[in-house]
Design a protein around this ligand. Structure first.
Ligand code: 4AD
Ligand code: MG
Length: 458
C-alpha cells in the first residue's frame, strides 16, 4: 500500500506541507463539532498521533460514522498543513475504512491501568505506553548488538536445547516427546527412550557454550531467550526471558566489571539518544526524574562493595528486614533494595560472594571462602547482571562440580577447555527485560514483555 509513515511526516514536515499525503493507521480518539470531525491517527511508527480533519458536510456519512470509531483502521488521503496546536494536520479528502471497530473494543478510554492492559496483551500495543515500551526494547536490543559488534565480539548462536543445567539450580524445563503414560521402571530407562536418548531441557543460560566458543574465538556474546522454571511470582521474575551473555578471554574480574559498566552506560545512552519521545513519555508518566537518573548513571561511576562489607552495611542499617542478615546467606531483594535505593543510591557491583551460595563455575578466591563473582544491583529493581571470573583451573573446577554432586559426564567438553590451554576468562549475563524495566521505569516485568510467561499462566 503506497503511504507515508506518520513518523516521517513529523520528522521532515517541510517536505510534505502543502502536498497531498496518504497515511494509514488506527484511530486513537475521535471527536466532533457541528461541522468538523477530528480523528487522531496512530500507525505505530511514532508515539505522536496525526490529527485528521474532516469536513462533515462533504464527507460520506456512512464512511465517517465507521471512521470515527476508536480502534478502526483507516487509509486517509489529504493535504498536509502546518498546525499551531498539533504541528501538522491532514485535511482529509478521502477516507477508506480498512477495518471497522465495534464499540466493544476494550481501549475506549484514553488511559487504562497497567493491570487492566495485562489482561489484553494482544491489544496493548495499541496504547502509547506499550508503543513506547516496545520501541525502547527494540532500540535496547540494537544497542546491545552494536556495542559488542564494535568491540570485537562475535555473535554466537548457542543451542537452546541442552543436556546440562548451567546454573545448577534445578530450574531447567524438561523437553520431551515421551507419551504421558509411559510406564518405565527407572528414570534412566525412561530418558533413554526419549527423543535424544537422554534427559534434555531448555537452556537456562548460554554461558557454558559461550565459554567453550570464547576459548578459541577470544570474545563472544550470545543474545537470546533463556528459560527457567521459576516458581517465584515476583515483579522481576518470568519463566522465559532474554539474556545477553558476553564471554571474554584474558579477562579477570576487574576487567569484566569495567566492561560491564561501559556496556550498561553505552546502551542507556543509546536509548536516550535514539528514543527521546519515548523517554520523555516515561519520565512524565512512569517515573518522575527518570531522565535525570539515567543521565547521572551515564555520567558517573557505579559503586563497588564486597559482599562482606555489604553484610556489615545491612547489619548497621537499623532496618527491620523480613529475612535475617548473616554472612553466608544470599542477599534477598529487600537487602538489595536497601543497598541500591537507600545506601548507595546508584548502581552497585557487589563482589566476592560466599562460594556456597554461588554457581560451580566461579573462580575460587585465595581465601578459600569466596568467589570472584559480582552482581550488579540497580535502584528500584535489584540484580540486573550476574557476573564472574570463571574457574580456569581444571582440578579446582572438577572439585567444585563433584562437591555439588554434578554428573561430570554431562560436562566433559566444558572440563576439557581447562585441560587444553586454559586461560583466565570472565563473563556476565544481563537480563534484557530487567534492563528494560530500569531504563523505562516500568515496575513490573510483565509490562515489558509481549506475552509474559509465569508459573501457572501461559
Ligand atoms: O544471575 P544469573 O542466573 O546468571 C547466569 O545465568 C550466568 N550464567 C550469566 C553469565 O555469567 N553468563 O542470570 C543473569 C541475569 C540476572 O542478573 C537477571 O537480570 C536475569 O538474568 N534473570 C532473569 N530475568 C527475568 N526472570 C528471571 N527468572 C531471571 N533469572 C535471571
Ligand atoms: Mg544471579
Amino acid at each position: 500500500m503506497k503511504h507515508t509513515d506518520i513518523s516521517e511526516l513529523f520528522a521532515v514536515k517541510e517536505n510534505f506541507i502543502g502536498k497531498q499525503v496518504t497515511v494509514c493507521g488506527w484511530v486513537r480518539t475521535a471527536r466532533d463539532s457541528s461541522e468538523i470531525a477530528f480523528i487522531e491517527l496512530n500507525d505505530g511508527t511514532t508515539l505522536k498521533n496525526l490529527q485528521i480533519v474532516v469536513q462533515k458536510k462533504s464527507a460520506d456519512q456512512a464512511v465517517l460514522k465507521q471512521a470515527a470509531c476508536v480502534g478502526a483502521s483507516l487509509k486517509v488521503t489529504g493535504g498536509l498543513v502546518a498546525s499551531e496546536r498539533n504541528i501538522i494536520e491532514v485535511n482529509a479528502d478521502t477516507i477508506e475504512v480498512l477495518g471497522v471497530c465495534p464499540s466493544d473494543f476494550p481501549l475506549q478510554k484514553k488511559r487504562h491501568t497497567l493491570d487492566f492492559l495485562r489482561t489484553i496483551p494482544h491489544l496493548r500495543t495499541r496504547t502509547k505506553t506499550f508503543e513506547a515500551v516496545f520501541a525502547v526494547r527494540s532500540q535496547l536490543s540494537m544497542a546491545i548488538h552494536t556495542y559488542f559488534q564494535t568491540h570485537g565480539y562475535k555473535y554466537l548462536h548457542a543451542p537452546i536445547i541442552t543436556g546440562s543445567d548451567c546454573e545448577g539450580a534445578g530450574e531447567m524445563f524438561r523437553l520431551t516427546t515421551q507419551p504421558w503414560n509411559a510406564d518405565y521402571k527407572t528414570a534412566e530407562e525412561y530418558y533413554a527412550d526419549d527423543f535424544f536418548g537422554k534427559k534434555a531441557g531448555l537452556s537456562v543460560s548460554c554461558q557454558l557454550e559461550g565459554e567453550m566458543a570464547a576459548m578459541g574465538l577470544g570474545r563472544i556474546y550470545t543474545f537470546g531467550p533463556t528459560f527457567r522454571a521459576e516458581h517465584s511470582n515476583t515483579t522481576r521474575h518470568v519463566a522465559e526471558f532474554w539474556q545477553v551473555e558476553p564471554e571474554v578471554c584474558f579477562a579477570e574480574l576487574d576487567d569484566i566489571i569495567e566492561i560491564a559498566q561501559e556496556f550498561i552506560k553505552y546502551i542507556i545512552k543509546s536509548v536516550m539518544d535514539n528514543c527521546p519521545d519515548e523517554m520523555q513519555f516515561f519520565n512524565q508518566w512512569m517515573e518522575k526524574g527518570l531522565t535525570d537518573k539515567l543521565t547521572h548513571v551515564v555520567e558517573s561511576d557505579f559503586a563497588r562493595v564486597t559482599y562482606t562489607d555489604a553484610i556489615e552495611i545491612l547489619k548497621k542499617s537499623g532496618k527491620d528486614f523480613k529475612f535475617p542478615v548473616s554472612w553466608g546467606s544470599d542477599l534477598q531483594s529487600e537487602h538489595e533494595r536497601y543497598l541500591t535505593d537507600e545506601y548507595f543510591k546508584k548502581p552497585v557491583f557487589v563482589t566476592d560472594y560466599p562460594m556456597d551460595i554461588k554457581a560451580f563455575y566461579m573462580k575460587q578466591n585465595p581465601d578459600g571462602k569466596t568467589v570472584a563473582a559480582t552482581d550488579l544491583l540497580v535502584p528500584g529493581i535489584g540484580e540486573i547482571i550476574g557476573c564472574s571470573e570463571r574457574e580456569a583451573d581444571y582440578d579446582k573446577l572438577k572439585a567444585a562440580m563433584e562437591k555439588r554432586g554434578m554428573p561430570l559426564e554431562a560436562y566433559t567438553g566444558y572440563l576439557a577447555t581447562r585441560k587444553y590451554g586454559t586461560v583466565p576468562h570472565s563473563g556476565f549475563g544481563l537480563g534484557l527485560d530487567r534492563a528494560l524495566m530500569y531504563v523505562t521505569g516500568v515496575s513490573n516485568i510483565r509490562d515489558v514483555i509481549q506475552f509474559p510467561r509465569n508459573y501457572g499462566t501461559l
